[in-house]
Write a protein that binds this ligand. Structure first.
Ligand SMILES: Cc1ncc(COP(=O)(O)O)c(C=O)c1O
Length: 438
């Protein structure tokens, strides 16, 4: 089937996500290698957002493919209550790369389920109900995860679960809390406001604060040391768990194993993982818990389970993926290439008036596009379809063979960690041409 036939048949028999179906115009994908993929007509695309922040080790990695094939020939299916080699080894590997006080994992099929189970575990462990989470965050599309994300995608399913309380964001570029303040002062004002929210909501009713380890699809709106240390202090003060969603920011995306590794000494109680865990080669998520939580569940039932829990093929894919990160030094490479990407984007920001702010770290960056640098009016409004100007940019990038995530006035740069220097230069050059006289 050529591209056109493939798209027609896909649309005839599939529902696409997050779209009115008539407007859904997918590109096709037939194969991939490293940071490049090709459509069904052989047209080449530079993968500038890793199939949505996912395929960190790049397409077509032979080590992971072979591991999946070997596992398929050995054992494809296991009841969730059984012990098997891939789940045992993967748990051990995660204990090695996550903070030292976290040693046990619960495996799911993806990021949303990891978040769901992280929230269940927090509520079971603390005996409290409420979860605080940010407005500008995305935690997945299942009900509690969707409610926890403050991203407007949740609105279609409102009212969601009733025990989520949203807090504001460390958005130095736009938040009124930061106006007239340095980013550090703004972070402190926000932490003070969160403390007030905790008091109003009843500290003894709050199980956890859920934060992305590094802000992802909502625009790399991260906050600094003051924000993170402040939240940690509040958690300690009130006995609230710090639940960190590393689904997008984990596995090298930010140039460290995890987003929180940018804040040495931070002590999360629960981590949610997915995406880069297998680089999308097989569906898998994980909840990693502190030793204290693991001990609690020694004699309390863990009310959680899934038929496909710790799926052997997915666990084998994850083991091989982690081996690739280690053997090829991809985490360090992401940090290094990230410096080149940040410098290139900063240069674009200097030369193109339509770039209001370039921000991010490692291989996770966003350009925030504006109509006017002084007023900071977004080039496309928040929570609305793309404006004609932004839609034209998205179409031009696609036409130039660069595939990336464009939403609202955000243009993401998050290529696979294996991207080469010349591919990075190619991507920056396409952005430069497309942003044009702007
Ligand atoms: C930070 C974060 N958490 C959770 C999820 C949900 O993961 P999944 O789509 O695998 O359910 C996503 C997906 O984009 C994410 O970015």
């Amino acid at each position: 089937m050529n591209h056109e036939q493939l798209v027609a048949k896909t649309k005839a028999y599939n529902l696409g996500s997050w779209a009115a179906q008539a407007a859904w115009q997918p590109i096709s994908i037939a194969r991939g290698q490293g940071a490049i993929f090709w459509d069904a007509d052989g047209r080449r695309y530079l993968d500038w957002s890793s199939q949505a922040f996912n395929v960190n080790i790049g397409h077509g990695h032979p080590h992971v493919i072979a591991a999946i094939q070997r596992q398929a020939a050995t054992l494809c299916s296991a009841s969730p209550g059984l012990a098997h080699a891939p789940r045992a080894r993967l748990g051990e590997l995660l204990a090695e790369i996550t903070p030292p006080h976290m040693r046990k994992s619960f495996f799911t099929l993806g990021g949303a389920e990891a978040v769901e189970n992280a929230l269940k575990i927090a509520r079971l462990y603390t005996g409290r109900q409420k979860i605080l989470s940010r407005y500008r965050a995305y935690h997945g599309a299942t009900f509690a995860a969707m409610s926890a994300g403050g991203d407007p995608r949740r609105l279609a399913n409102e009212p969601g679960v009733p025990w989520i309380v949203h807090i504001h964001d460390p958005y130095a570029y736009r938040s009124p809390l930061y106006r007239g303040r340095t980013p550090e002062e703004g972070d402190q004002a926000l932490v003070d406001q969160i403390a007030e929210t905790i008091e109003f909501e009843g500290p003894d009713q709050i199980a956890g604060i859920l934060l992305e380890g590094y802000s992802g699809a909502n625009g790399a709106i991260q906050g600094g040391e003051t924000f993170w240390r402040g939240v940690q202090t509040l958690c300690h003060r009130y006995g609230i768990l710090l639940i960190v969603d590393e689904v997008l920011s984990g596995f090298g995306r930010t140039g460290r194993w995890f987003g929180i590794d940018h804040y040495p000494g931070l002590r999360p109680d629960i981590l949610a993982l997915a995406k880069g865990l297998t680089s999308g080669y097989a569906p898998l998520g994980a909840v990693v818990v502190s030793d204290a939580i693991a001990t609690f569940f020694e004699d309390h039932t863990l009310w959680a389970g899934l038929t496909l829990h710790a799926h052997p093929l997915s666990c084998a894919a994850a083991i091989a993926t982690i081996e690739v990160y280690r053997q090829e030094g991809l985490i360090e490479r992401a940090a290094l290439m990230g410096e080149a990407l940040a410098a290139g984007l900063a240069d674009l920001a200097r030369r193109h008036a339509c770039v209001g702010e370039a921000r991010g770290v490692g291989l996770h960056h966003v350009l925030e596009l504006v109509r006017d640098r002084e007023t900071r009016e977004p080039l496309s409004p928040f929570h609305r379809p793309l404006s004609p100007a932004m839609a034209a940019i998205a179409a031009a990038l696609r036409g130039a063979g660069l595939y990336t995530v464009v939403r609202w006035n955000y243009l993401f740069s998050a290529p696979p960690l294996v991207i080469t220097e010349s591919q990075l230069a190619e991507g920056l050059d396409i952005l430069d041409r497309v942003l044009g006289g702007g």
